[in-house]
Write a protein that binds this ligand. Structure first.
Ligand code: C2E
Ligand code: CA
Ligand code: CA
Ligand code: CA
Length: 279
């Protein structure tokens, strides 16, 4: 029997194994999550290593699932991408992050920037650039307060087409960050063709950077070359004080990680914003 796309899920569900059934219920749940207001953004500070001040926050998606509690993005973003739900989800993230930053700024909190994540699927969709414009306009937030993070691998596949999308985002005044840098195969000299502002060194390279000779050598080279291209360098996943000290010594610009703070709910993050300087 032929059924429409939506109906087909229900039709075949009886024959599906347990795992697929789980996936189906997850999809149904996810579809409703936005309407039911179950999604939330958590915020993790980005700290300037020269001033010890918070200069930004990365917005990280969470799902307050009625049965499963707080669910991280790794367990539902892939499904959202397969089903196209990533589009409404992405729009929700953009709007929520921009509105939240505007609220904090209007309340006098000093937070210059919010960063959001864009997956490769979202990046390939037309409408992303317009979605960004709409979110900024809707929140009455200036573009310079928004940063879009996109992974190195997403930028690298289909690089030629990506340059024009990146150019469009950039020309609107939004900053661009290359996420998970160091895990792909791109050379920094290649990256200079892209209109990017920031480079985030992947967590896997930051772990034990103070003790692991290979990681130290790679991170040292990345920072030096990124700086020669006038890019800001952010280390992600900083968990230990010796890592922080080493990164500071190398001239890394910003750090993010559990050492400073885990990602926090908007309410908890607002409390952190009242603290002027971090250790
Ligand atoms: P990412 O962009 O690389 O985000 C950093 C991840 O590392 C986050 O995981 C964060 O909670 C975690 N993290 C931060 N500091 C530390 C640390 O010191 N140690 C360790 N072990 N982990 C740390 P999270 O929140 O589970 O997000 C996972 C991924 O999901 C993100 O990786 C990003 O690729 C994706 N993601 C998150 N939010 C969104 C979103 O709104 N839209 C899209 N498309 N993807 C998102
Ligand atoms: Ca990120
Ligand atoms: Ca990352
Ligand atoms: Ca990652």
């Amino acid at each position: 029997a032929k059924v429409d796309r939506r109906g087909s899920y229900r039709f075949f569900s009886r024959q599906l194994n347990a795992r697929s059934r789980e996936r189906l219920s997850l999809e149904t749940d996810l579809r409703r999550a936005i309407e039911r207001d179950e999604l939330a953004l958590f915020y993790q500070p980005k700290v300037d290593l020269k001033t010890n001040r918070m200069v930004g926050a990365e917005a990280l998606l969470r799902w307050r699932h009625p049965q499963h509690g707080i669910v991280g993005p790794a367990s539902f973003i892939p499904l959202a991408e397969d089903t196209g739900l990533i589009m409404p989800l992405g729009t929700w993230v953009l709007n929520t992050a921009c509105r939240q930053l505007q609220i904090w700024q209007a309340a006098g909190r000093k937070l210059p920037r919010v960063s959001i994540n864009v997956s490769s699927h979202q990046f390939r969709q037309r409408g992303l650039v317009q979605g960004i414009r709409d979110a900024l306009a809707g929140a009455q937030l200036d573009a310079r307060h928004l940063c879009v993070e996109i992974t190195e691998s997403a930028i690298m596949d289909n690089a030629q087409e990506n340059i024009s999308t990146l150019d469009e985002i950039k020309s609107g005044g939004v900053a661009l960050s290359v996420d998970d840098f160091g895990t792909g195969y791109s050379s920094l000299s290649y990256l200079k063709r892209f209109p990017i502002d920031e480079m985030k060194i992947d967590r896997s390279l930051i772990a034990n950077v103070d003790g692991d000779k290979d990681n130290a050598a790679i991170v040292t080279a990345i920072i030096a070359m990124a700086h020669s291209l006038h890019l800001r360098v952010v280390a992600e996943g900083v968990e230990r004080t010796p890592e922080l000290a080493f990164l500071r010594h190398l001239g890394c610009d910003e750090c993010q990680g559990y050492l400073y703070s885990r990602p926090l709910s908007a309410r908890d993050f607002a409390a952190l914003l009242l603290v002027d300087q971090l250790p």
